[in-house]
Design a protein around this ligand. Sequence first.
Ligand code: NIG
Ligand code: FE
Length: 406
Amino acid sequence: VVTLFKNATSLITNSPAGEGALGVIHQAAFVSDDDGRVAWVGEEVDVPESYATADAVDLEGCLVMPGWVECHTHLVFAGDRTLDYAARCRGVSYEEVAARGGGIRLSVRETRSASRETLLDLGRARLQEFLSYGVTTVEIKSGYGLSYEHELKCLEVIAQLAAEGPIRIEATVLGAHIVPDEYADRRSEYIAMLTERLLPEVARRKLARFVDVFCEVGAYTVAETREILTCAKNLGLGVKLHAEQLSRTGASQLAAEFGAVSADHLEYVDSDDAEALARAGTVAVLLPGAGLFLGGAKKPPVRLLLDAGVKVALSTDFNPGTCPSTHLPMMTTLGCSWLGLSPEEAIHGVTVNAARALALTDGRGSLAVGAPCDFSVQRIGSWQEIPYRFGHNAVEQVWVSGNRVF
Ligand code: NIG
Ligand code: FE
């Protein structure tokens, strides 16, 4: 059905339709067409006559935001890491916790023993949390299965979550998260399993659009990462990388070389890296929740990236070890207060730039004509209050394709 939404005090379009960087329209209205796309957007006084008889929804003077895009999560896992966290609070490092058998390894053990139903139930509840913050697209990585069988199990869970809706899901295979223990002294055999079996199967069944690798000391070397990315490219899969999170490994140069859609974390990125990312059009995905949760010792150099011309997205990194929070609005606060983004840059980071980090070209992250009519309705005075009132969530309604889903 065609629906006319009216009485929005302000509407963020992220398009030239409105004023300023966010394309804000005041006293706004917009129309969702039969296909759930934005057919018209503008000031309420200018609503075309042809929509006068359409079903109308009164937004009661609320603020309207395009549906947010969460571009980096590890949402499918079982168990938790509360004991690791307690140890880290007493001063044990993330790397040390992992060396003692905790860390990603622990989540792998628990995820392997969990049934599909358990993983689905956990996934549904976590997606519902994202929805409550006005997030309508979520990227989900595998990476806690780490065997042919268990990675496919997790990817099938992701596919099932995508089929159930209403959140739009983009899947990434992170079979190269760490090398699982049983392959510790024969790493190349695990990598061969990835390149010869898992990735071809994922590509054949279209279980993921992207391949990601944790390129880091204690995870995968640059040479190993190159081998995996070469395979990904040959299979026609897009590339993302966990890069320069805990040390500078050269992963962001590799991301640029492979034309990665994004390089994520980037705490240790330098100015040469920033220029390479800019030239390649690779989006920098910053994950301040993870940085802060690990103790906040190192922040990514935001201005260095922006000044080089790199587009910056913000995400939670939702995962059991470094950011067990789905609070994407809070990440806009951390992006501003802690990393030094402007409020406009932070909002772009969870909308249009996050869409770019997923190579989405359908207009998601904006409410421009032709974009999917995905939006949240927030009872808040102005968009500036979103990063400012940290911890607050003003979302009252969420709509996907012009249908109310929350
Ligand atoms: O993005 N860096 C690697 N992966 C995750 C953490 C995963 C975990 O600790 O379970 C991250 O921070
Ligand atoms: Fe991550």
